[in-house]
Design a protein around this ligand. Structure first.
Ligand code: ADP
Ligand code: ZN
Ligand code: ZN
Length: 803
């Protein structure tokens, strides 16, 4: 028996499976998707068992050194998905698999076999190794064939489960628990407990009322029965209770009590949409639905009820939300409906928390995963629905290997499980909307808000006129007036200052010098904590300068952030207003984001001032005014999606106003009041905007009319970089069809990162069946230079960023 193993070295020449002999004793036990340690050159390295065969063409085949997992870490489905991903995104198979296995599991945890049943129910060989223990280390188990095949059977039966224990850093949290040995009759209790021992009786009764089999944390028992530890000791001695240290999960939301919610009775629009989706779930139709619903139209309630339907069918659901840590309200709504059946996965969790959530999925303790992009790889085996909320968000595209879009992965998995995929947005991406127009996706619509309230009235203010009038504050007269009114009426205001596209930087007012990273062609960003200047691309940092290195002037000024400055202005102009500021500075500590939002929800402030992190998901009834301080910052980015992103953001932000009872108002301040993205945001007209933007894209040859692939070449030697980029462009022009356009090479917008110069070429095409193959050939051609000379060639299909 031989195993084809994908070794864990991301280099092209190794991007195929290597054959290894499977040792005799592992032959009945080994499965695809398990990790192994294999000899490779002089070293031993990790790999994934990709296939098992009975023959090999290799003459001197080596033998697997060690089997690292007692159970596969990747399902068959995920193995196939990785193959597709590698081809689709032109990446290494090992990187594709790497993206699916959480870092905590990759970090070489100890593998434990945990007993789930009484020792006596296990076969004799296993009884011996478990002795009195609940779990044993995989490493310490015998590896004879007969033993392993018994073990495999017991895993399949669920009598034992495989568990992962991280070493030192991330220990599992255990807590002292008790449980009743069995359920007792009144006579039994009366016989051993004296009537005067009231506390013992009280504890027993309290425990009897709960399920007798359950372990309960001692601290809860003591608190609920108002007793002491000595009572526990006595009852253990008398044989009523068992006491044990039990593992508990580090639930990142444990300190929160989620208000339990039940299904709302739906509006007729919601009901119509839900019927279609439920039908697809029941009929196991792998269709993709695009749900376009205005802000506040009740999309989330539709997701919740569709998932309820999925759970009734005994299946599982994945919900993707953008940067979930930024929308605690969303987590609350899923936890509120499905309680402990929900696992939450996002980047702000600690390593230990992530690992706990992932293990809940593996142990089949949860049925719903709510998470950011990579949650799309959740190892569920019976998926009934995948939801992608705010499907237009660019964070669904991973900007590093493998450069996948979560939407494409979701659709692939939907097909595999014969489950529908539901994409929701108030402002769908033009790509998705175009597919819906061509019936590739099915369009569903929620055209009005749940409460029938009108969408907020939007005022556009021309800031050039304000300047002419001599107004030098960040607030136009109109906005200032409306803020004052809100203060009097005790309603809330959200002020939005977008700063994507430029960040806080320092500049000399005398000579114009700006601090740049010595390794990257990029301005350093000022960080208030520590008073440092940092490079966001390579991590370089230096202390803040106070005199200009170019001209020695001391006129150093900050540019960019604005939030602090706006806050200062607010205090001056509206001293009676209480303001909460949310930006990178005030939210850098874990949990602070959530706290600030809660405070605002409890009306501890009148004005919430923040960056794009407040644009999404806020659902507070007393917000009746939204002010956008500068709508132009996104509009002038060198990106063909600039207008689309502006329209999306303005619509999102406006959607925060007037969500309940009282209608909302929006004031948008801009230097380009006539731009169509701003005008259509004013009239809340997605369709008009989409038509206009589609026309633009067609004229200029951008998606969704053309596909794009961005190739970036980087190397320390600028001549070599340029030459390589030129050769690649030449090769592409020669290989690809004449309708396909190859643009460049040109210098990348960020000309140098980590001391490497960067050039790029862009491919624009409509139909190019041999493209992936051609790209593969390029990588193959430069393979040696990539491996040995630090040449970097990155290939980004359907890029979201052009830096
Ligand atoms: P969206 O996700 O489309 O912006 P939400 O799902 O957040 O909209 O819904 C907006 C508000 O309306 C929420 O407070 C939600 O609880 C409420 N809501 C949604 N559906 C209903 C319904 N059928 N009946 C009453 N309230 C609803
Ligand atoms: Zn200077
Ligand atoms: Zn740098």
């Amino acid at each position: 028996m031989y195993a084809k193993v994908i070794v864990d070295i991301p280099a092209l020449s190794l991007d195929k499976a290597f054959d290894y002999k499977v040792p005799e004793n592992y032959q009945l036990f080994i499965q695809v998707g398990m990790r192994v340690l294999v000899p490779f050159g002089k070293r031993k390295i990790q790999g994934i068992v990709w296939q098992l065969t009975n023959e090999t063409d290799v003459e001197q085949v080596k033998t697997i050194a060690e089997l690292l997992d007692p159970y596969p870490v990747l399902t068959n489905e995920l193995l196939r998905l990785g193959e597709w991903l590698a081809k689709e995104t032109t990446c290494f198979l090992s990187s594709a698999y790497g993206a699916m296995i959480p870092s905590a599991i990759r970090a070489k945890p100890k593998k434990m076999i945990q007993r789930q049943v009484k020792k006596e129910q296990l076969p004799p060989v296993l009884q011996a190794v478990f002795a009195n223990k609940q779990s044993v280390l995989w490493k310490e188990l015998p590896k004879e064939a007969a033993f392993l095949s018994t073990l495999k059977q017991e895993i399949e039966r669920g009598h034992v489960v495989v568990d992962y224990v991280l070493k030192n850093k991330i220990e599992k949290k255990t807590i002292l628990c008790v449980r009743l040995v069995k359920t007792y009759t009144d006579e039994e209790i009366a016989k051993s407990i004296h009537p005067s021992a009231k506390k013992q009786r009280k504890m027993l009764e309290w425990l009897q009322e709960r399920s007798a089999e359950d372990w309960v944390p001692v601290k809860d028992v003591l608190a609920q029965t108002n007793t002491s530890m000595s009572v526990v000791h006595t009852l253990v001695e008398k044989g009523f209770l068992q006491k044990e240290k039990r593992e508990i999960y580090r639930d990142p939301y444990e300190h929160r009590n989620f208000e339990v919610t039940t299904a709302l009775s739906l509006t007729s629009d919601q009901a119509r949409v839900l019927t279609d989706i439920e039908k697809a779930i029941t009929e196991e139709k792998a269709r993709t639905y695009l749900l376009r619903g205005v802000t506040g139209s009740g999309k989330t309630e539709v997701y919740l009820q569709a998932i309820e339907h999925v759970l009734q069918k005994g299946k599982e659901a994945i919900v993707l939300v953008p940067e979930i840590s930024l929308t605690p309200q969303m987590v609350e709504r899923f936890k509120g409906r499905f309680g402990s059946l929900v696992a939450v996965l996002h980047s702000a969790l600690s390593q230990g928390e992530k690992y706990d959530e992932w293990r809940k999925i593996l142990k089949k303790e949860v049925k719903v995963v709510v998470g950011a992009r990579s949650a799309v790889f959740a190892p569920f085996e019976n998926i009934g629905l995948i939801v992608i909320d705010e499907e237009h968000e660019s964070s669904y595209k991973q900007e590093d290997h493998p450069r996948y879009h979560a939407r494409d992965v979701a659709i692939w998995r939907g097909k595999y499980h014969r489950a529908p995929v539901l994409l929701g947005s108030a402002t769908p991406s033009l790509e998705s909307y175009a597919r819906a127009m061509r019936n590739v996706y099915q369009l569903l619509e929620l055209p009005s808000r749940v409460n029938r309230l009108p969408l907020p009235h939007v005022d556009i203010i021309d800031m050039r006129q304000e300047l002419k009038k001599g107004n030098r504050t960040p607030f136009s007269e109109t906005l200032f007036q409306k803020m004052k009114e809100r203060l009097e009426k005790k309603e809330q205001t959200v002020l939005f200052l977008n700063r994507r596209g430029f960040s806080t930087f320092v500049m000399c007012r005398t000579c114009g010098y700006t601090a740049e990273c010595p390794h990257c062609e990029i301005t350093l960003t000022y960080h208030h904590t520590g008073r440092l200047l940092k490079c966001h691309y390579c991590g370089h940092e230096e202390p803040l300068i106070t005199t200009c290195p170019a001209c020695s002037s001391e006129q150093i000024r900050f540019f960019g952030t604005g939030t602090q400055k706006v806050e200062a202005e607010l205090t001056k102009l509206l001293p009676e207003a209480k303001v909460i500021r949310m930006d990178v500075d005030t939210t850098s500590k874990k949990g602070s984001h959530e706290k600030l939002l809660q405070a605002f929800g409890k009306k501890e402030a009148d004005i919430l001032l923040g960056t794009q992190m407040i644009a999404k998901g806020l659902d507070f009834p007393d917000i009746t005014l939204v002010g956008v301080l500068a709508a132009d910052t996104l509009l002038h980015l060198p990106d063909f999606r600039a207008a689309e992103r502006t329209f999306q953001l303005l619509t999102q932000v406006s959607g925060r106003a007037g969500r309940e009872k009282r209608p909302g108002e929006v004031v948008i301040q801009t230097y380009s009041p006539d731009h169509y993205s701003i005008q259509h945001a004013k009239s809340h007209d997605y369709i008009q905007f989409a038509q206009r933007e589609m026309y633009q894209r067609k004229e200029t040859g951008y998606p969704p009319y053309y596909y794009m692939t961005l190739i970036t070449v980087a190397h320390e030697d600028v001549m070599k970089t340029m030459k390589t980029a030129e050769n690649i462009a030449k090769f592409l022009r020669h290989q690809l069809s004449s309708e396909t356009k190859v643009l460049g090479p040109t210098v990348s917008p960020i000309a140098r990162i980590k001391d490497r110069y960067r050039y790029q070429c862009m491919i624009k095409y409509r139909n190019e069946p041999s493209l992936k193959q051609t790209l593969g050939k390029i990588l193959q051609h430069y393979q040696q230079e990539i491996e040995r000379e630090h040449l970097l060639i990155s290939i980004d299909n359907n890029p979201q960023m052009f830096m």
